[in-house]
Design a protein around this ligand. Sequence first.
Ligand code: 5AD
Ligand code: SF4
Length: 442
Amino acid sequence: MKKIYIKTYGCQMNVYDSERMYELMKPHGYKISETYEDSDLIILNTCHIREKAAEKIYSELGRIAPHKRNSSKKGKQLNIVVAGCVAQAEGKEIVKRQPLVDVVVGPQTYHRLPEILNRLSNKSRKIIDTDFPIENKFDELKKIRMNKNPAAFLSIQEGCDKFCSFCVVPYTRGSEYSRPVLDIISEAKNLIQQGAKEICLLGQNVNAYHGKYRNKTLSLDELIMEVANLSGVERIRYMTSHPVDMTDGLIAAHGKVDKLMPYLHLPVQSGDNNVLKSMNRKYSAENYLKIIDKLKNVREDMAFSSDFIVGFPGETEQAFKNTLKLVDEVKYCQAYSFKYSRRPGTPGSILQGQVAEEIKIERLAELQIILNEQQLSFNKTFVGKEFDILLERRGKMDDQLVGKSPYMQAVHILTKDSKIGDIVKAHILNADKNSLTGSLYN
Ligand code: 5AD
Ligand code: SF4
């Protein structure tokens, strides 16, 4: 048995891709290793979204390099693969900066990994494969899909044509592609057969989904109905959505499809209309709030999370205040917030009015205090109440299992009678910012 160490950075799409890479390598005699020290193959599945994310990869490679040199001295072959969006964006630059890297493989070509590693036997050669190939990655991947988790990810759409002015995704992941409906349904059936109860439909721009179905094209809400009809699926989620693609049909689905969970990640980025315009987001704060209202009208317990960027070029003190005002109106259950990071090649990087680092730091801290308070008070509203949780993994304590609420909160319970994969009714005893504690008994 050979060992493979995979480190995943960034978004859920990368989590999905990392799982697939392991499945690709497993038939070639690889077993997962928790550390790189005892592995024969190291894959860093990278994220390029912010500058720091890319720099982290080079530091990690710096830590791994001496280990590779030692392995070579002992006559052991250790291969290092850089995959994901840094691989796509930087290509052979990676090998120039860190010559001990053997393979650079992009998000559209990682299905070729077994064959690429085979070719590596000629030790002096590096292999860079960051094409956007003709053959369909998903056709290759569907032959090997395995899943042990009761909550599974299913990638239905990739790439993005939105070109937000801060974002590298349209360049690294390419233009939008929606998988055909029947492929998705067959992958969903396979996941259910293996025990999945929850399916999270993934895409960089998931609600722009428009997949082929016989001689028609289905939108995301229509696809959700198809998935909801599969017996064995108990919960459906989707992410990440763009506000302009929140169609009335999709909003209505939240009122009609019980299996669709009452939680939506809907990044707003900023609450200021001038900033939104220069971010090329194509909606106003008012449009966004209207969508939130419509969703609450069809399902009153809808909970929302978001991404925020502070310190985008041209963000004045007043513009930042407008973001705080929007946050106060929506009351998020959870959120991610970032300082604007200048990405070469994106329109935002050359805009006038870049904001000083100290101001970005201050604004981020101020925003995060409020978002954290909102998350805590959201969680506290459930103390004394009951809801269904899907048990997903073991906790740190004996007899402790950790599950997920309909609203994506982690819930810890002590139980001897339940098992991973069960959906149980939990009575919530306690709440803090990051998780809830529940009991199966009143
Ligand atoms: N700087 C800071 N944050 C960014 N994001 C994307 N690009 C940048 C950038 N250049 C954030 C956005 C997006 C999330 C995935 O990452 O908020 O929604
Ligand atoms: Fe990036 Fe905007 Fe596309 Fe999201 S919608 S991936 S933020 S360009």
